[in-house]
Design a protein around this ligand. Structure first.
Ligand SMILES: [Zn+2]
Length: 302
């Protein structure tokens, strides 16, 4: 069906985010060989896709394309149904478009699924067969691998770890529910906690730097963050009994501030046997997991 056979020249991984797009050439083993970052433009998505195609063509021969994008994705058909970060992108037939323009097989999956697949191979070296990656950023997402296979759920909706209810009467979440994990540890939740403790004009990164300088309120923000994170992860451990859990996303860069309180709290939340077994780490390559995972996923579709 396609001119190039899989595996000949490396694959292309694309991570389409709300503000920027990473386009990368990835080796068969998941090593990033070349990459370019484009800003996301506000206008018509067709123009954005044309630019992406032009950049990929500069990479020379590639044998497949994998696309990671935040939102509701029909993975089988390769259609982005809806993305909260990209309101103008509705029912975009990404797979069809890329296959027509580049004549190589293309897969499309949501960012959390791509991240967990990338982490499964890069961080876990395919050795940890039951595997979860939690993305910590504006939103809190999750991808799940069971017995070495990506678990998408019956309607492709699995892994919404950020929307575990941790407080039935808690604040309203972007999903409409109350007291979701994300409403406490997503970027907005972190800032809300900080504001409640009297900190002003802040971002998670500023809170982290204040925390490292010994600011009591800032330290408390990440303590609270770590406690809520442990509540969510404790449930995941009890339900899935995974071999490995990794963290990615911008907020995971503050892992040093999170780690201690998180593990202390986790002792109280998770069952002893699965907790002793599971390996929990921050991903070694959190920035590029989406693109790498998407590229590697493309090789699973023959
Ligand atoms: Zn929610």
């Amino acid at each position: 069906m396609f001119k190039n056979s899989i595996g000949s020249n490396g694959v292309c991984g694309i991570d389409i985010g709300g503000t920027k797009i990473l386009i990368a050439k990835i080796s068969k083993t998941g090593i990033l060989k070349r990459s370019i970052m484009l800003p996301m433009s506000d206008g018509n998505y067709r123009k954005v896709l044309e630019k992406i195609i032009a950049e990929i063509k500069k990479f020379g021969n590639i044998s497949a394309v994998g696309i990671s994008i935040a939102g509701d994705v029909d993975g089988k058909k390769g259609i982005l149904r809806y993305s909260p970060n990209l309101p103008k992108w509705r029912n975009v037939k990404l797979k069809q478009y890329f296959e027509k323009k580049l004549n190589v097989p293309t897969v499309v999956d949501n960012d959390a699924n791509c991240a967990v697949y990338g982490s499964y191979i890069i961080d876990g070296k395919r050795k940890y067969k039951n595997f979860i990656t939690v993305t910590l950023g504006t939103g809190v997402g999750g991808g799940i691998i069971i017995d070495g296979k990506l678990y998408r759920g019956s309607t492709g909706s699995a892994g919404e770890i950020g929307h575990i209810t941790v407080n039935p009467g808690g604040p309203k979440c972007s999903c409409g529910n109350r007291g979701c994990l994300e409403s406490y540890i997503g970027t907005k939740g972190i800032i809300k906690t900080a504001t409640g403790l009297g900190l002003k004009n802040i971002t998670p990164a500023i809170i982290a730097s204040k925390s490292m300088k010994g600011n009591r309120q800032a330290i408390r923000v990440y303590e609270k963050f770590s406690e809520y994170l442990a509540v969510g992860i404790g449930s995941l451990i009890n339900i899935f009994n995974p071999d490995m859990i990794t963290f990615s996303g911008g907020v995971s860069n503050n892992w040093d501030l999170i780690e201690k309180r998180f593990f202390d709290e986790l002792q109280k939340r998770a069952f002893k046997t699965p907790l002793e077994h599971v390996k929990i780490i921050k991903s070694k390559n959190p920035e590029n997991l989406g693109a790498i995972g998407a590229a590697l996923l493309s090789k699973t579709f023959k």
